[in-house]
Design a protein around this ligand. Structure first.
Ligand code: SF4
Ligand code: SF4
Length: 306
């Protein structure tokens, strides 16, 4: 089945659900085009909010499309697709529709966090982080940083980085440089490894939370002990970098940093190795309201204008 993900927005972001509400026709059109191209016979959209659900139901009825609506948890990530399902975010489906209809390419990004007016913006690839932040009412703190992809999965980018250079993120989270999450993002992988060696409790909470059923606790144990204990690091080629394991860890470690580092090393070796294909998300991630609080973002939890 092909699933249009209209729900997986990280805390404070509204890109997928905002597009599902405002561009429902294009989401359904793009879903049909992708299903045709990739040979899917069944289609569905995953939704977690009423506004998007109503808009998609209207579009499905108007087009007469055979698309199911899956109600999913308000979580990050939100979809609980089966291993044989393929998932496309609403933003990608809108891009497919725009290309098919010869419209200019627009990147949709929620600018949220420490800005004057959190909003969902359409930007061009050459637009910089500073320009986007200015369009969102400007920063609330002079010493601000940009997190492309939001928290807990994003990365720090420079103020003058363009949307294209930042990887066309669907979320731009603005935070004061002193925010605890920024300090985490500035911690090196080597430092995370050292911290894990001294503080990992082996509790498995990170593995129990992983949406793609990986076992980051075992990876942490292997990397910190140097023992070959049967862990299959190649499985981490399927790590999505979602950061749910970080948010769940009671010791404030970053199994994600280690998993992503291993994943990226396997990607470099890809021509010589044959890592397993990335499975779709198999269980929902972490509740967004809880995640917002755990990441220390509660103070920035305001409505996003669309
Ligand atoms: S949740 Fe944290 S402390 Fe527990 S096993 Fe995973 S990395 Fe170690
Ligand atoms: S970052 Fe990777 S290991 Fe951690 S929860 Fe997400 S998919 Fe699992």
């Amino acid at each position: 089945m092909l699933i249009g993900d209209c729900a997986s927005d990280p805390p404070l972001s509204m890109t997928q659900r905002g597009l599902a509400a405002a561009r429902a026709d294009d989401v359904i059109y793009g879903l049909g085009a992708v299903a045709l191209a990739r040979g899917h016979e069944q289609m569905a959209v995953a939704v977690a909010d009423e506004v998007a659900r109503a808009a998609l139901a209207r579009a499905i009825a108007a087009i007469g499309a055979d698309v199911a609506i899956l109600d999913v948890a308000d979580a990050w990530p939100a979809t609980a697709a089966g291993a044989k399902d393929e998932v496309f975010p609403a933003s990608a489906l809108v891009a497919v529709a725009d290309e098919a209809r010869a419209r200019p390419a627009i990147s949709w990004v929620t600018v949220a966090g420490a800005v004057g007016e959190p909003c969902l913006l359409g930007g061009v690839p050459s637009e910089t982080m500073a320009e986007l932040v200015a369009r969102a009412g400007g920063p609330l703190d002079d010493d601000w940083v940009a997190v492309a992809g939001g928290a807990p999965a994003g990365r720090l980018v420079e103020h003058d980085a363009t949307l294209a250079a930042a990887g066309l993120p669907a979320t731009l989270l603005v935070l004061p440089a002193r925010h605890p999450w920024v300090r985490r993002l500035r911690t090196t992988v080597a430092d995370w490894l050292w911290r894990a060696a001294s503080a990992c409790e082996g509790c498995r909470v990170c593995s129990d939370a992983c949406p793609v059923t990986l076992t980051p606790h075992a990876l942490v144990a292997t990397l910190t002990s140097g023992r070959d204990d049967g862990t299959a690091p190649a499985a981490f080629a399927a790590c999505t970098g979602c950061g749910v394991c970080d948010a769940a860890c009671p010791a404030s470690l970053s199994p994600r940093a280690l998993a992503v580092d291993v994943r990226d090393r396997f990607a470099l070796l890809a021509p010589r190795l044959d890592p397993p294909g990335a499975p779709a998300t198999r269980r929902p991630g972490i509740d967004r309201a809880l995640l917002t609080l755990r990441l220390g973002l509660g103070a920035y939890d305001r409505s996003v204008s669309r």
